[in-house]
Design a protein around this ligand. Structure first.
Ligand SMILES: C[S@@+](CC[C@H](N)C(=O)[O-])C[C@H]1O[C@@H](n2cnc3c(N)ncnc32)[C@H](O)[C@@H]1O
Length: 422
């Protein structure tokens, strides 16, 4: 059978969100193509009317690559769930550009009805994968065709063991460094899966209680970088009525610690993970009681947006080194840029990071100053003050990235010109 999906992925320009994220990453990969190919095979012999009624569920679609390809080629609109606000926004934006409907929502939004097919981009975290398994179990049956896949380098034994909790896991050949397996749900195993739950734990170190969803950073324990930042608490000046931001808030630890210590500050926590924001929100209620009204929590691409401009006295940031399954320091660098815009004059950005990442270079370029509040063999806590209204020019990898990209575009233009002239 001819694969009608691959041309979609090749011809249609799908964008990541945000478009200018400073990475070279694409909006789709070989695992998406493989999942679509597996989906196509399972449609063989289906009548047109059965096809039009087919209910398809997609988990962890990246920027709508799977759902838009299916809608474009077959006219059916899959239901899609993700924990990533960036992936969701990217899917909706791509849908708008292509004039195709998308039915994509947060993983925390309840599912309804029965699904005939599940296409599952396997997430990195096993705890999150298990959580997704528990969420979909009531909505599938032994008849449901479940295809799970990803890039081979991201798939571990634990992923296959988790899938086996649902049913028999087939052998999937690796193709172009991607692997897709089919899981045949077994009624007994499916029925024994518990409902997805949040877990609660108390951190004695910081005397805070967390109630966390499965996909939260450093679930069930205190990240050593975050702990190191909080150990510098006395060196971080805060005044009455200051506006604080917890950028990439995860379970809300950093911001809530400060909000508990200073009863008059206001706190804005942002994260691109729906589960992180929901966890932080409930941690604020548990730890701050009525004081939780001083906090607002939101899913967003960091502090991107006019509403944040010049708003904060202090921004706390333990930057991510990966976003979904990609890694790179461009995410941190974007957050530093956003922070510069979101700070008031004389406002401060406090960052904790691995020493070897060299964040001080980027901070120094942007702010014109960067002070080391503390350092140990692994981590540094850095502070930059906004003393001017315009950011300096960035140095390092982000600049190199833009130069590389400009070079690539120029080469592509030259090649196209050559091809036209031949
Ligand atoms: C290293 S964790 C820090 C979490 C928490 N602040 C702590 O210290 O434990 C980085 C957080 O950034 C979030 N993140 C990644 N990319 C983001 C983006 N573009 N916008 C907002 N948050 C993002 C991740 O979901 C993650 O929760």
């Amino acid at each position: 059978m001819i694969n009608t999906f691959s041309p979609f992925l090749d011809e249609v320009k799908l964008s990541r969100y945000p478009k200018d994220d400073g990475s070279d990453w694409q909006a789709f990969d070989a695992a998406d193509a493989y999942l679509l190919d597996s989906f196509q095979r399972c449609l063989e012999g289906l009548s047109a009317s059965a096809l039009s009624e087919l209910r398809v569920l997609i988990l962890n679609d990246q920027f709508g690559a799977l759902s838009l390809a299916i809608t474009s080629r077959l006219g059916i609109v899959p239901v899609s769930r993700t924990d990533s606000w960036l992936a969701l926004k990217g899917a909706r934006d791509n849908g708008e550009i292509l004039s195709l409907p998308v039915d994509t929502d947060s993983i925390l939004s309840p599912l309804e009805g029965h699904f005939d097919v599940v296409l599952w981009r396997v997430p990195k975290s096993l705890a999150y994968m298990e959580d997704q398994l528990q969420r979909i179990a009531p909505h599938i049956s032994a008849k449901t065709r479940v295809f799970a896949g990803g890039m081979v380098k991201h798939l571990a034994n634990g992923h296959f063991k988790t899938l086996a909790k649902l049913g028999e896991v087939g052998l999937g050949l690796a193709v172009k460094k991607a692997r897709v397996v089919e899981v045949t749900p077994e009624e007994e195993r499916r029925r024994h899966l518990p409902a997805a739950q949040r877990s609660e734990w108390l951190s004695d170190d910081v005397n805070l209680t967390f109630t966390e969803y499965a996909n939260v950073f450093s679930k069930g324990h205190l990240d050593i970088g975050s702990r190191f930042l909080l150990q510098q608490f006395d060196k971080i000046a805060v005044s009455e009525h200051d506006a604080l931001a917890d950028l990439g808030c995860g379970n809300g630890l950093l911001g809530i610690y400060f909000a508990k210590a200073y009863a008059d500050i206001s706190l804005t926590g942002v994260d691109e993970s729906f589960m992180a924001v929901a966890s932080a929100q409930s941690a604020a209620q548990v730890n701050l009681g009525a004081g939780a009204t001083r906090c607002e929590w939101m899913v967003n691409d960091g502090l991107d947006g006019e509403q944040f401009a010049g708003r904060f006295n202090l921004i706390l940031n333990n930057p991510p080194f990966h976003q979904q399954q990609g890694v790179g320091d461009h995410i941190a660098t974007r957050m530093f840029l956003q922070s510069f815009a979101a700070l008031k004059l004389d406002g401060r950005l406090v960052v904790v990071g691995n020493r070897h990442l060299g964040y001080h270079r980027h901070l120094h370029s942007l702010f014109g100053n960067c002070r080391t509040l503390a350092a140990d063999p692994k981590f540094v806590v850095l502070e930059s003050v906004k003393t001017r209204s315009e950011p300096g020019r960035l140095s390092g990898s982000l600049v190199k990235h833009h130069e590389r990209k400009a070079g690539q575009q120029q080469r592509q233009r030259q090649n196209r010109r050559k091809a036209r002239n031949n």
